[in-house]
Design a protein around this ligand. Sequence first.
Ligand SMILES: [Zn+2]
Length: 102
Amino acid sequence: MDEDEKIIVTHLKNRGFTEQEIKDFLKREKESKAFRKKYREDHACCPKCGYDGHSTTLVAFVMVHGEYDKYKDRNDCVCSQCGDKHIAHDRVPLKNEENGKE
Ligand SMILES: [Zn+2]
């Protein structure tokens, strides 16, 4: 259990959550964390030129547990390199040519 989880567990215990509820909560947290990481990686770069530097609006879009495939980050991004405008969801994974295979 990492520091973040310990804080969450303490917080939930103080609010009267049961062990099982806490367990379920942590499981969901883990899944959504993994999803967010993957999503960021899958939408890291400009769809036009592949550059990862960009500016973006910072609106949080609701992520529904169990419906991750429906999640769409609609923040507006502007590529720092070619100036292309697109939404975060339309960005593409970083091509990792240095490391080759995954
Ligand atoms: Zn670009």
